[in-house]
Design a protein around this ligand. Structure first.
Ligand SMILES: [Zn+2]
Length: 246
């Protein structure tokens, strides 16, 4: 028996739980190494088949986690065992799992370019990049919510019903997926988009979104590509389009 399997047996983890605990550590390292989180920022979670949630612990550096550091909570946010204390931002995760029962993993990070765009008032919801339009759709921004209060999870509740990604103004991103890699992939794409727009903006370009005809043609390719995810270009939900500046 390997060290990991031996520890899992001792902890009473199932194969599924061990796999997800390891995946949370791996994706935490990736977020940290890519600069999407620093210090003890951010938090990640994954839902087990029994409906309970594995989530990164409060105050930990997500680049240095080990499987036994991960907390486990139920859908009411209560600890399932006497293990580590769950992230203080667990309510963000609970809102997403409540509103999107098909989603199994969530990554909340502080990607610098994407957050900077919300501070600068540049709206990532606008359609600029074909790959994003076809896969994610728009990238909406939620109004500012005070971290550590119920205001923050409620600020994203309506938006996550129709978007797999959201940027919380002046704060960070929430991306969700059918597994952890899927949630991470969307974070990667959000930050990459923000970086491209930031570069265009810093060289003085006026950020011109693609015109509606081109967007319509791109959205029409989704079905043939097997992409059916809900998105804010086709479903407005609570997303208000900013018009003050591109
Ligand atoms: Zn945060």
């Amino acid at each position: 028996m390997s060290d990991g399997a031996e520890r899992a047996a001792l902890q009473g983890w199932s194969e599924e739980e061990l796999r997800l605990r390891r995946a949370l550590c791996e994706i935490g390292k990736l977020c940290y190494s890519r600069g999407y989180i620093v210090g003890a920022d951010g938090n990640l979670s994954a839902r087990l088949a029994d409906g309970t949630i594995l989530i990164t612990p409060a105050g930990a550096m997500k680049g240095f986690l080990e499987p036994h550091h991960i907390a486990r909570i139920d859908m009411a946010g209560n600890a399932v065992n006497a293990g580590p204390r769950a992230s203080s931002e667990k309510a963000i995760h609970l809102v997403v799992y409540q509103e999107r029962p098909e989603m199994q993993a969530i990554v909340h990070a502080h990607p610098p370019h994407a957050v900077a765009m919300t501070i600068a008032g540049i709206d990532l919801q606008q359609p600029f990049i074909p790959e994003i339009i076809v896969t994610i759709g728009g990238i909406p921004t939620a109004p500012f919510g005070t971290p550590g209060t119920q205001e923050l999870p409620e600020s994203i509740r309506a938006i996550v019903k129709c978007s797999d990604t959201v940027i919380m103004k002046n704060h960070g991103s929430v991306t969700m997926g059918t597994n952890l890699l899927d949630a991470y992939k969307k974070l990667d794409m959000v930050e990459h988009t923000a970086k491209i727009l930031w570069l265009a903006h810093t060289v003085g370009a006026k950020l011109e979104p693609l015109d509606p005809d081109k967007v319509k043609k791109l959205l029409a390719t989704r079905a043939a590509l097997g992409v059916s995810t809900v998105n804010t270009l086709e479903n407005s939900c609570a997303v208000t389009r900013r018009t003050d500046r591109p």
